[in-house]
Design a protein around this ligand. Structure first.
Ligand code: G3P
Ligand code: MG
Length: 232
């Protein structure tokens, strides 16, 4: 079972920041999950929310800001003032930081209007960085997952699901994906058995409770995402 830090290691340091990724390396995790979005000047950055309000107290949308403007924003103080130097990173910056240390689960945030551009750009970056075999690509936008597979048949892709799914195998197949990342409350013994029987993999999120962590480990999921390194 692999251990995946959620948004870097969001319980230990501000989510999706350099310090959060460094903590994930220090704790010896196998992989980190992060979220990507497009800026106004069409760069891919690592940030979860569509708006800067929760993290930086600024009521502006990421898609309306340039990379230069976003780089000025303090994305660490909301967590602890000692992290006030933390800035938003580009995807390339994170790849270069994590290369040789951690694999990455790249979650593409939903953006129907720019889905193709984001997918094309993501694959181009991964090619340029020679990093395709170090990632799992996920999204709640299953059409985008299917499109990514058409661009790169060998890249690992998964569909994200947040609620009870009656026919998970059909969903995985219709997105031509390699696996599924369900919310942990969706997971039952039968669910895991069905997915594994078909040869797909299953990683779950976001598990911040020790008993739930134990339940899921015993059910045999392939990986568990957490904000905390509970498993140590
Ligand atoms: O990728 C799993 C999980 O991160 C999905 O939800 O909102 O935390 O990005 P969210
Ligand atoms: Mg995410």
């Amino acid at each position: 079972m692999i251990k995946i830090g959620h948004r870097g290691l969001a319980g230990i340091a501000p989510e999706n920041t350099k310090i959060s990724f460094i903590k994930a390396i220090e704790y010896g995790l196998d992989m980190v999950e992060l979220d990507i979005q497009l800026t106004k000047d069409r760069e891919l950055i690592v940030f979860h929310d569509y708006n800067l309000q929760r993290i930086a107290g600024i009521d502006r949308r990421v898609e309306d800001m340039t990379l230069k403007e976003l780089k000025e924003v303090d994305v660490g103080s909301f967590f602890d003032i000692k992290f006030s130097d933390q800035r938003i990173l580009t995807l390339e910056e994170v790849i270069r930081l994590l290369r040789g240390n951690l694999k990455i689960n790249i979650e593409i945030k939903i953006n129907r209007k720019e889905a193709r551009f984001i997918s094309d750009k993501l694959i181009a970056i991964l090619d340029r960085e020679d990093f395709q075999d170090q990632v799992i690509i996920s999204s709640f936008d299953h059409k985008m997952i299917k499109y990514i597979k058409s661009l790169s048949p060998t890249i690992k892709t998964v569909i994200l699901v947040s609620s009870l799914t009656i026919k998970p195998i059909e969903l995985i197949n219709s997105a031509a994906a390699d696996g599924i990342h369900p919310h942990h409350l969706v997971i039952t013994e039968n669910f895991v058995r069905e997915i594994k029987k078909k040869g797909f993999f299953i990683n779950t999120w976001t598990v911040n409770d020790k008993q739930e962590f134990k339940r899921l480990s015993e059910l045999g999921v392939d990986g568990i995402m957490s904000d905390y390194p509970y498993f140590f």
